[in-house]
Design a protein around this ligand. Structure first.
Ligand code: SF4
Ligand code: SF4
Length: 342
């Protein structure tokens, strides 16, 4: 089973913002003048860039020039670190676009190709020590429902828990999902599958709780994170009702040869230890008019994506014609990620 919460030591690690702030009090005049020398020395580019990154503004407060400088610094550093030409895009929201997503839960076969494509596209950490996946596919058991079952029986015995009462909803579904399932073949006869990722809420609780306002909602509806300002407090993880955010407990493991060099500042650029990340609707693709990686790879066409403000878009047709629901609608988070049935 992949682990998320084990740390990993690396020789070549950058100091995180938190580490830096913690140790800032120990800086002496001598060390600061040493740093000033470093800044004037073009040789150790990595140290220069790291120092400047520590002092840059929150991305959404930067001027266009400051954004461009920050992007160029990162492009230089990433290209050196990964041994290939890395681009960092800063394309902002497009006027008149509000992105939305719809997923046909009747069609999903639980193959998890979307998960793999997302990991590859978005430079998530991989390997045994810290595997991060933005999409989770839950395997749900198909169940028969009767009121007698609900009131008198509780959980089925095979779950090993008997609490009586409330494990069922009138839809006839056992409210238990398996995150890690390894069948020989999918889809399985007695299961259906329920993929989840960031819902890009219209009223995102994660934004509300972030003490440094490093996560925010862009005008196209994508909830983004400026990784440089994340202090790793994980308030957003606690606030998100959809289990959408992941924390880098250790230094992310992103093999050079597998790194996707086409990145966006607010999306799939390499992350650092101690910061939170999540699905960004593939901002590096979608702001350029492309599908998300998961939409592109889904073998059964269960995933739809588009502009909610365009009445002729496929997503609007899905919302108009299908049986649509949103997850935890009672919370008033207004997800822009919809589930539907034919
Ligand atoms: S962990 Fe979450 S809440 Fe805390 S600073 Fe980072 S984005 Fe904000
Ligand atoms: S699903 Fe979670 S992470 Fe995404 S916007 Fe809503 S609260 Fe934030």
């Amino acid at each position: 089973m992949p682990k998320q919460d084990s740390s990993k030591t690396k020789d070549n690690k950058l100091t995180s913002r938190r580490d830096f702030l913690r140790s800032a009090g120990n800086y002496t005049v001598a060390s600061l003048s040493g740093a000033a020398m470093l800044l004037s020395d073009p040789k150790p580019a990595k140290a220069n860039v790291t120092w400047e990154e520590h002092f840059q503004k929150n991305y959404r407060l930067m001027t266009d020039e400051e954004k461009q400088e920050a992007i160029e610094r990162l492009e230089t550093r990433y290209s050196e670190e990964y041994g290939k030409q890395v681009t960092v895009d800063g394309t902002p929201s497009i006027e008149g676009v509000l992105f939305g997503y719809a997923l046909n839960i009747q069609k999903c076969i639980g193959c998890r190709r979307c998960v793999k494509a997302c990991v590859a596209e978005n430079n998530q950490s991989r390997g045994d020590e810290q595997q991060i996946e933005w999409i989770r596919v839950l395997r749900m058991e198909k169940g028969k429902f009767s009121e007698a079952d609900r009131d008198q029986h509780g959980y089925p015995e095979s779950f090993g828990v008997q609490v009586g009462g409330n494990a069922y909803k009138p839809a006839g579904v056992v409210l238990e999902g398996q995150h890690y399932y390894e069948p020989e073949q999918v889809p399985e006869k007695d299961a259906f599958y329920f993929p989840m990722q960031c819902m890009q809420c219209e009223k995102p609780p994660c934004v509300k709780v972030c003490p440094v306002r490093t996560t925010y909602r862009d005008p196209d509806g994508i909830v983004v994170i400026d990784y440089n300002w994340c202090i790793g407090c994980r308030m957003c993880i606690g606030a998100c009702p959809y289990w959408a955010r992941r924390f880098n407990w250790g230094e992310p493991n992103l093999p050079k040869e597998e790194m996707n060099p086409v990145t966006h500042y607010l999306g799939n650029r390499p992350r650092m230890k101690g910061v939170v990340e999540k699905c960004s609707f593939c901002v590096q693709r979608t702001r350029k008019g492309r599908w998300t990686a998961c939409v592109e790879v889904c073998p059964v066409g269960a995933r739809k994506f588009g502009n909610l403000l365009d009445p002729n878009s496929e997503i609007r047709k899905v919302l108009a014609k299908k049986k649509v629901f949103r997850l935890r609608a009672d919370l008033n988070t207004y997800p822009k990620f919809f589930y539907y049935m034919d």
